[in-house]
Design a protein around this ligand. Structure first.
Ligand code: ZN
Length: 161
């Protein structure tokens, strides 16, 4: 499975709710977790593979593999923090992004079981980054307009060689 990169309008579309968490979805989540190992990522969302479904997977070092289906954000902290982010869909580009320090999210796992998670630090950041993909939002959109423009120009220069 190929990862869709910046410039493709698919990344700008909102993903659809998954009606039924079946074996196919479970298989997909397994494949997605394999891709983040292969591509050395920490998270991957359906739309990045052209699959417009509300699913993403997260695997942060020192934590278990996590699958989020039809997630909803219950709470985000007022406290924010800044940390460098990258994205498998925007290879080679990194920037400091300000996000809430902690979050509370409800979702279903690949077995169709609902769960609630409270996360902070890097895990919270990755979850919010992946959640954004379901809404058609990229980490670049979270930057100041001039910074975003500079990075997109840098990306385009790199990729038109
Ligand atoms: Zn991303």
């Amino acid at each position: 499975m190929q990862i869709i990169t910046l410039g493709n309008e698919i990344l700008r579309q909102k993903a659809d709710k998954i009606d039924k968490i079946d074996e196919e979805i479970e298989k997909l989540s397994g494949q997605m977790l394999e891709i983040i190992v292969r591509d050395k990522g920490v998270g991957l969302a359906g739309p990045q593979l052209g699959i417009m479904k509300r699913i993403f997977v997260v695997h942060v070092e020192g934590d278990t593999e996590r699958v989020f289906i039809n997630p909803s954000i219950i709470e985000t902290s007022h406290e924010t923090c800044k940390f460098e982010e990258g994205c498998l869909s925007v290879p080679g580009i990194y920037a400091n992004v300000i996000r809430p320090e902690s979050i509370k999210m409800q979702a279903w796992n690949e077995k169709g079981r609902p769960f609630t998670i409270e996360a902070n630090g890097l895990l919270a950041r990755v979850i919010l980054h992946e959640y954004d993909h379901l809404e058609g939002i990229l980490f670049l959109d979270r930057l100041a307009e001039n910074k975003k423009k500079t990075l997109i120009a840098k990306y385009e220069k790199k990729n038109t060689k």
